[in-house]
Design a protein around this ligand. Structure first.
Ligand SMILES: Nc1ncnc2c1ncn2[C@@H]1O[C@H](COP(=O)(O)OP(=O)(O)OP(=O)(O)O)[C@@H](O)[C@H]1O
Ligand SMILES: [Mg+2]
Length: 99
């Protein structure tokens, strides 16, 4: 089995703020990856790059086997992205929430 998510050397700056300074990560197929870090560490920025919502300045990433920079439409067909808050409906089961 390969990696569902694979990123190498991701860099991204907002003006003079360096949000990502060479991020490498991999999530093997069938696993859950948690990304921890203090406020402002760049977690949301990294997720936005992986979800094709932001373009990295450098580095590369593949999600479900597709390059997020050159095949964003293919990646978007295959992923789901939910917000940090209000993402779980307590009236539904865990499995229904995932659906
Ligand atoms: N749209 C933006 N414009 C300018 N700077 C930004 C923008 N979004 C984030 N930043 C800055 O980039 C850095 C990384 O922010 P990011 O939101 O990715 O961190 P985070 O790890 O998700 O933080 P938190 O734990 O608070 O959610 C921070 O210094 C932040 O202030
Ligand atoms: Mg965040």
């Amino acid at each position: 089995m390969g990696n569902t998510i694979e990123a190498t050397g991701l860099e991204l700056s907002y003006g003079s703020t360096r949000a990502l300074a060479g991020v490498d990560l991999a999530a093997p197929e069938g696993t859950v990856l948690g990304v921890l870090g203090p406020n402002g560490a760049g977690k949301t920025t990294a997720v936005r790059v992986l979800a094709t919502l932001l373009r990295a300045d450098a580095g590369s990433a593949r999600v479900c086997g597709h390059d997020v920079a050159t095949e964003p439409h293919r990646v978007r067909e295959l992923i789901g992205l939910t917000g940090q808050y209000a993402s779980v409906d307590e009236d539904l089961t865990g499995r229904q929430n995932l659906g």
